[in-house]
Design a protein around this ligand. Structure first.
Ligand code: ZN
Ligand code: MN
Length: 128
């Protein structure tokens, strides 16, 4: 268990209130509205603690900034290569995928699955 912290609670409740998978910089700008003297370093440190503690997910994208997700229930992501938004794909294939892997003799604790391409909005814009 993590020691209680007002700053960390604010970060966590902001992340649980949105489904936009914000970057640390965006989280900092939002949390600053409630806690004006918070620093970006404090935001980074608390995001690290929260993800190590399994309270949030960190979505890493190589050289670009990580995105953070307050929804830790099983779901997948669609990353739009046009608008760079990250969308939730709410389906849970955990049992199916895990049994495929256990049949190969492995013991999976979890998995990651992410789709890349063009989102619905950007598809519409391409057609227009
Ligand atoms: Zn898009
Ligand atoms: Mn998500």
């Amino acid at each position: 268990m993590l020691k209680k912290s007002m700053q960390r609670d604010e970060i966590l409740s902001y992340l649980k209130s949105v489904n936009t998978h914000p970057t640390a910089e965006t989280i900092y700008m939002e949390v600053k509205k409630a806690i004006p003297d918070i620093s970006l370093a404090t935001v980074y440190r608390n995001l690290k603690l929260l993800s190590e503690n399994g309270e949030i997910l960190e979505l890493t994208y190589g050289s670009s900034s990580s995105r953070f997700d307050g929804n830790t229930s099983p779901h997948y992501h669609f990353v739009c290569e046009k608008c760079k938004n990250v969308y939730d794909i709410m389906m849970d294939l955990t049992d199916e995928l895990h049994s495929m892997v256990t049949r190969e003799g492995y013991l999976p604790y979890g998995h990651r699955l992410e789709f890349f391409g063009v989102c619905k909005d950007c598809c519409q814009k391409l057609k227009a």
